[in-house]
Ligand binder design. Structure first.
Ligand code: NAP
Length: 296
């Protein structure tokens, strides 16, 4: 059985990915063995039968040992610029030494990380991963999915569905957020306001988080990994999304158009804020493997 390690999958997007993987795996005739690399024990996940391997990203030898039997590593490390750079570089170095065959860094955004200050460390990781691939033959890929659709989930009054029940969500909002913290980025679903980048007409890729996880799971069985695996759940502008949101909520939103300079100034005071340029850099422009191909 092929062993696949997920690093940082105990919260946020990674936890949704892990849960989706386990669900698909439970129905598969050729299941994978999943290992969780975490900085702590995570007894609640170990209780589900997951092989939790506690790691210290500053301890190279320990990381190499934890990856000894691992074929593929998915990093979903998040949290801070330092984590996404330093912990991932340490993970990559250990993966190289342990002879890991495939490595996918924590990308899961658009084609460029320039627009998001929090993501600045990712570029160095990706450049290093490509260099390792060239030197050792390790396959590396960047999964590009645009913006998570769950960024519109905050405040939803929808009830829990079968998916939420399976994942242990207590409310429909928890299910819809899929591990994201309540999010008011660009559109504030509760307040009924929108801070659009430019005039809000730039096309943007939006993809549902469980669809991303399903796409990634199916990528495990590809014979070769291309360097970029792009996917598009849908392509819509924020203006298009507002039309839908206003129809569903039955009210008009207070909308402000912002110049790029205004967005930059706002982002300067908040390192986590994205700065989506009017040209739509979050468009995942290379859907090399469309969802329809990888997601049956
Ligand atoms: N496209 C979008 O709209 C969108 C939105 C949100 C996030 N994302 C992407 O999704 C990925 C995951 O983000 P997230 O927000 O879900 O992550 P997160 O929940 O903030 O963190 C994920 C995990 O990272 C690990 N971590 C945190 N700080 C660390 C450190 N200093 N050293 C090592 N590990 C550390 C933790 O795992 P342990 O405690 O178990 O070690 C944590 O559970 C990122 O690539 C992010 O850019 C994309």
């Amino acid at each position: 059985m092929v062993t696949v390690a997920l690093a940082g999958a105990a919260s946020g997007f990674g936890l949704t990915m892990l849960r989706t993987f386990l669900h698909i795996n439970s129905k598969s005739t050729t299941p994978y063995r999943f290992v969780l690399l975490s900085r702590s024990d995570k007894p609640e996940l170990a209780a589900l039968g997951i092989d939790v391997r506690p790691v210290d990203y500053t301890n190279h030898a320990q990381l190499v040992a934890a990856l000894g039997d691992v074929h593929t590593v998915f990093s979903v490390i998040g949290g801070s610029v330092e984590a996404m750079k330093d912990a991932q570089l340490a993970l990559l170095a250990a993966a190289k030494e342990a002879g890991v065959r495939r490595f996918a860094p924590s990308e899961y955004a658009g084609i460029s990380n320039d627009t998001i200050d929090l993501y600045h460390g990712k570029d160095e990781v990706w450049t290093t991963a490509k260099a390792v691939a060239q030197k050792t033959g390790m396959e590396v890929t960047s999964f590009q999915c645009g913006i998570f659709m769950s960024t519109f989930a905050t405040g939803t009054t929808k009830p829990v569905t079968e998916v939420g029940k399976r994942e242990g969500a207590k409310t429909g909002e928890e299910e819809a957020l899929a591990g994201l913290r309540p999010w008011n980025f660009v559109v504030n679903m509760r307040a009924g306001t929108a801070d659009l980048p430019g005039d809000g007409t730039a096309p943007i890729v939006f993809t549902e988080m469980r669809d991303i996880a399903t796409f990634v799971y199916n990528a495990l069985s590809l014979e070769q990994w291309p360097e970029v695996m792009g996917m598009r759940g849908d392509v819509k502008s924020y203006r298009d999304m507002l039309c839908i949101i206003e129809r569903v909520q039955g009210r008009r939103f207070l909308v402000k158009e912002n110049s790029l300079d205004e967005m930059r100034a706002q982002a300067a005071g908040d390192p986590g804020k994205m700065r989506p340029a009017a040209a739509g850099p979050l468009l995942s422009s290379r859907p090399s493997l469309l969802l329809s191909r990888l997601v049956p």
